[in-house]
Design a protein around this ligand. Structure first.
Ligand code: HEM
Length: 348
């Protein structure tokens, strides 16, 4: 299943297929923003990443009733994922279980429809999605495919939308970074205008150097995934402590990312720290927002691309401010208590 995910988000697919898709979905969301009216930036970021995933996993189109229903079910599901396990009508846990089974039914329906089409040779070119790929892998059972699609829909939109919301939040408080970001993207946009090109390409993306610093700093300070679960496979000794085989351990990334011996002034949003070459080389031990080892995030390159492309159009087209004060908290997933309400003004 990991191999299918990795192939689906391979470098070649990112360049040729997913980049234009990401840009199209970013525009769909940003194009609907209304001047001077307050809305939840977190919800908008979720809409962007969810629609992108739903389209590329199961060819579900943004805005269509079934896609909207699935998105709403997902929101209910997420609200109950970390609630007390009280399974009686009305509790968040009960609602989450109901939503999970509705989501699985929708995926199963899509799977059956596709299976029928494939057996009749009626598959359409635009349905070159993850579901199609998974069905062609005869080694996967129906349950495994359901599990793969559900996991990717979850892994692929909750984290990157939160990272994007955090970037919007940190940047709002750092006008100098917004200014530098805007200059970088204006340069890319004017170069494209000279060449009479439309639509971002891979070379444009590779020019987004300061943007990558903003993304790194957002992930370091925001800690979208604070820790992961691991099981100890053999006895080992760490810093004088004996850790026995079979124990569960939680490597806490946030502790590393906010360690003042590794990062100066670690609670400060400072994207420029990533411009220093020594830190740019730091990937595995000091900076691990995508985890590490054999379970390293399969979608890290897609996540970076999503954030960079969204930020490109955001800074080129809008200025924004918080419509009311809000704060990110971890419970244990990072969330904004008010959904990060913002107001935008179009750049003239
Ligand atoms: C900023 C955004 C993201 C962050 C911070 C993030 C973080 C992580 C982390 C920490 C893990 C490791 C979990 C563990 O070791 O137990 C992980 C796994 C995973 N992520 Fe991401 N992720 C992001 C975006 C994405 C996206 C966009 C996708 C897919 C479209 C994705 C797909 C996956 C998958 C499939 C795994 C499981 C890998 C495996 O177990 O083999 N992630 N992610």
């Amino acid at each position: 299943m990991r191999m299918i995910s990795l192939n689906f988000m391979s470098n070649a697919r990112l360049r040729s297929y997913l980049l234009p898709e990401v840009e199209r979905h970013a525009w769909l969301v940003l194009g609907s923003w209304k001047e001077n009216s307050a809305f939840s930036a977190q919800e908008e970021a979720k809409k962007f990443t969810f629609n992108l995933m739903a389209k590329n996993i199961m060819s579900m189109n943004p805005g269509e009733p079934e896609t909207e229903k699935l998105r709403r079910e997902y929101i209910t599901f997420m609200k109950g994922v970390v609630s007390a396990p009280l399974n009686f009508p009305g509790t968040p846990y009960w609602k989450a279980l109901k939503s999970r089974s509705t989501i699985l039914k929708v995926i199963e329906l899509k799977m059956n429809e596709r299976f029928q089409k494939m057996s009749k040779g009626q598959e359409r070119v635009e349905e070159d999605d993850l579901l199609g790929w998974a069905l062609k892998q005869s080694s996967l059972s129906k349950e495994q495919i359901l599990d793969l699609l559900l996991s990717l829909l979850f892994a692929g939109h909750e984290t990157s939308s939160m990272a994007l919301a955090l970037a919007i939040f940190f940047l709002e408080d750092c006008p100098k970074a917004v200014q530098e970001l805007r200059e970088e993207h204006l340069e890319i946009a004017s170069r494209k205008e000279l060449k009479e090109e439309s639509g971002l390409n891979w070379e444009d993306y590779k020019q987004m150097e300061f943007t990558q610093c903003v993304i790194n700093e957002t992930l370091r300070l925001g800690n979208v995934v604070k820790f992961v679960h691991r099981k100890v496979l053999h006895d080992f000794r760490y810093k004088g402590y004996d850790i026995p085989c079979g124990w569960k351990i939680l490597p806490v990334f946030a502790a590393v990312h906010l360690d003042s011996s590794l990062y100066d002034d670690p609670h400060q949003f400072n994207p420029w720290r990533w411009q220093r070459s020594s830190l740019c080389e730091t990937t595995t031990s000091n900076f691990m927002p995508y985890g590490g080892g054999p379970r390293l995030c399969a979608g890290s390159e897609l996540a970076k691309l999503e954030m960079a492309v969204f930020l490109h159009h955001l800074v080129l087209n809008f200025r924004w401010e918080l419509a009311e004060p809000d704060q990110a908290f971890a419970h244990p997933f990072v969330d904004f208590s008010k959904g990060l309400p913002i107001k935008v003004h179009k750049n003239t």
